[in-house]
Design a binder for this molecule. Sequence first.
Ligand SMILES: [Zn+2]
Length: 332
Amino acid sequence: MQTEFSEKFYLDTEGLSTLPEKAERLFEHQISNWKLAAGGYQSLLSVEIKKFEFGNFTIEAHFNPGRIISSSAKVDAKSINERPCFLCSKNLPAEQKAVMAFDNYILLVNPFPIFDKHFTIPTLGHVPQLIKPEITNLLTLSSLLGKGYSVFYNGPKCGASAPDHMHFQAGNSGFMMIDSDFAELSKSNSKIIFEDAEVKTLFVTGCLRNFIAIESDNILKIASEFELVYNFLNENGTEEPMMNLICSFDGSWRLLIFPRIKHRPTYFFEEGEKKILISPAAVDMGGVLIFPREEDFEKITTELIVDVFKQVTFSDDDFHHLAEKMMASEKG
Ligand SMILES: [Zn+2]
């Protein structure tokens, strides 16, 4: 299944040693040689933005018509089975090039960007989107890309438009509101659930989407703390608990876990006037809500934003309950 495609698929990165350098060369190459990507990044210049201030944090709404395919993607099993996988190397457009990222992950330029620099990081093989066996790879990719990027993950049932093909994404840091809001939120809106010399786990509330933050400079510690959270979220389930992850690295890791209860809010399924096409994933959890249709962008209010988050993320009660269970177990 692996590397059955031509060597021409890989961009020449001779002379470059770090992943950010290779990513930069790939990006420059693709916007100069691939019309679709050039158009995608050109269209970012006309994205309209509305800012909503909520005291100690901010949510932005972006009108980004380039995202219509992803936001409205059919991700039921039947639709997925019937379409050619757009992350499999054999199905990629001839103009699309890759660089090796790490292990069996490759870096691709996302031609339908949200970020100024937006990469998709799929595995070479066509394997399902599942985080548990891949968490260490997420952390490693984040450290290799360094402080210039956030690396993120959308669960197969809460934002991934290719739930059948394992992939992460990366975007330039500073773009998502959480990048600048986290410092204040972690001071004023958080509760420490666990802390020792090497790892700290916080529950962050009061910012529309309740989330968990794990900070450590020890990859094994952060991975095992993630597994603990995963297991608590998965107590009764056989499938992966719904979650979006945002990881950053600046000498040490910060992994944000946004537990989810629903993929899309009711507005998504309405017809006519009542319909609002919004399909929240990691970037939305990071504080940048993506609206691909202008008629929806015009309807956004503070109330709508509050309700969208309320519908798709953990309630305060459920989140506090989770925190209590975790604290009890970490003590024991
Ligand atoms: Zn595939």
